[in-house]
Design a protein around this ligand. Structure first.
Ligand code: HEM
Length: 416
């Protein structure tokens, strides 16, 4: 449809009216200029079953206040500390592989990013808990799809085996998180992780003090959920695209070798790892993990000269816009160089928006860039990953864009 009506089109899905917006100026209208006329779409609203009133799901004044409180956890001086954990855990992943073996790269990346977010959220010195949290989180996530189905509000109240498992895993997870919050509050220590930051945060602007335990729990879980699956998908697609593009792969390896030599990557290397950043950026152009962004109108609005009534859905897709030949020459080619050539300042911000935009832009964007680049460098320094032949690689568009049947790759040593 976007080929036929490239800027804006209308369609019906079931009994729902949908407006698909693909022109960068109109995307900006929705995400920035007219943002107060929208709420998040229903899928995210339904996630409240697990996430409560965290940043991803809350709206209006409450969202603004929470955003002010959580933001300091992503300041530059905090990120430096997270960088060390990222590099260490990516190195641990790389060191667990052996020459010539085959691994499902999607699973490997998911395990690694889960460990990274557990460590940066809940601290390096609670490794045992970080593992337990990771396991309960995986169990909750496995069943979370259920909560996203239509009528899920009713469904999760029924005593079905799946809902019982979901509730059990959720209360286990809550148990661990509330205990960690209690211990951290009692100690009064700032251990440098996200949890400390959430507990210490005070809303000076509104003069309303800090967060309750329930709010800290909702935010911690939201960051946990929003922070790992997306990055794992971006990295998986990056390995796939590198394996299919030997010239880009060679340039990537050259950069890592010349910047790092025999060292592990660290925070200070980031400005030099420009091509590696381009690899991550170009992968998210072709396979943006958040492939669709939805909003619901709270009143009748005018968009691109059309009238959109109240309670209608406006949908945007970075996947479609990022492949639009009007903005991207040879859009299906994998060319990390597009992002190295410093064209970003000239480019309209909303032709490339893997992290959304406006007041609801991803709070973890800088965290994700850092994690993506450090992980690519730590792994690419040691290994070359080759796609095992005979697989059909297809994206599966769920809440995030993941490879439909995993991604089997053969691990080849780059180090003699
Ligand atoms: C490659 C990785 C990532 C991608 C592609 C991504 C993408 C996005 C997008 C598109 C949104 C906006 C959704 C909307 O407007 O409806 C978003 C929001 C959000 N993301 Fe990310 N994200 C990534 C990593 C992370 C990380 C690492 C964290 C935390 C550690 C995180 C936490 C959040 C939160 C809390 C929100 C809600 C922000 C708000 O509404 O105030 N994300 N993300």
């Amino acid at each position: 449809m976007a080929e036929q009506y490239p800027d804006l089109c209308y369609f019906r899905l079931g009994n729902q009216d949908l407006y698909f917006v693909n022109h960068p100026d109109l995307i900006k209208e929705v995400l920035v200029n007219q943002q107060p006329n929208f709420l998040k779409s229903r899928i995210l609203q339904r996630s409240k079953i697990l996430l409560g009133e965290g940043l991803l799901t809350s709206e209006g004044e409450h969202h603004l206040r929470q955003r002010r409180l959580v933001q300091p956890a992503f300041h530059r001086d905090r990120l430096t500390g997270y960088g060390a954990s990222m590099s260490q855990l990516a190195t641990r992943t790389a060191c667990s592989w052996t020459q010539g073996e085959t691994r499902d790269m999607h699973q490997e990346m998911a395990r690694m990013t889960l460990a990274i977010v557990a460590r940066t959220l809940f601290s390096a010195d609670v490794d045992a808990d970080a593992d337990a949290i990771g396991e309960s989180m995986a169990a909750v996530l496995g069943l979370f799809q259920l909560a996203l189905l239509p009528f899920s509000d009713l469904l999760v109240k029924l005593p079905l085996p799946a809902t019982k498992r979901f509730q059990k895993a959720k209360s286990q997870l809550d148990g661990i998180i509330y205990r960690l919050i209690e211990e951290r509050r009692a100690s009064g220590l700032d251990t440098g992780d996200l949890l400390s930051m959430l507990i210490l945060a005070q809303d000076e602007e509104a003069g309303t003090g800090g967060m309750t335990d329930k709010q800290v729990r909702d935010e911690a879980l939201t960051l946990f959920l929003a922070g790992h699956e997306t990055t794992a998908n971006a990295l998986t697609w990056a390995w796939y695209l590198l394996s299919q593009n030997p010239t880009a792969e060679a340039a990537f390896h050259d950069e890592i070798d010349s910047v790092l030599g025999a060292r592990e990557p660290q925070f200070d290397d980031l400005p030099q790892l420009r091509y590696t950043r381009g690899v991550f950026a170009e992968s998210m152009r072709l396979f943006p993990p958040a492939w669709a962004i939805g909003r619901m109108t709270t009143r009748e609005i005018s968009l691109g000269g059309y009238r959109v009534p109240k309670n209608n859905i406006v949908l945007m897709s970075p996947y479609i816009t990022h492949r639009d030949p009007r903005y991207w020459p040879e859009p299906l080619e994998f060319r990390p160089q597009r992002f190295v050539a410093d064209k970003e300042a000239e480019r309209n911000k909303f032709v490339y928006y893997p992290f959304g935009g406006g007041s609801r832009i991803c709070i973890g964007e800088r965290f994700a860039w850092m994690e993506g680049v450090l992980a690519l460098a730590a792994i690419g320094r040691r290994w070359r990953l080759q796609l095992v032949p005979g697989q059909t690689i297809e994206p599966l568009a769920q809440i995030t864009l993941r490879p439909k049947s995993g991604m089997k790759m053969r691990i080849e040593s780059r180090v003699p």
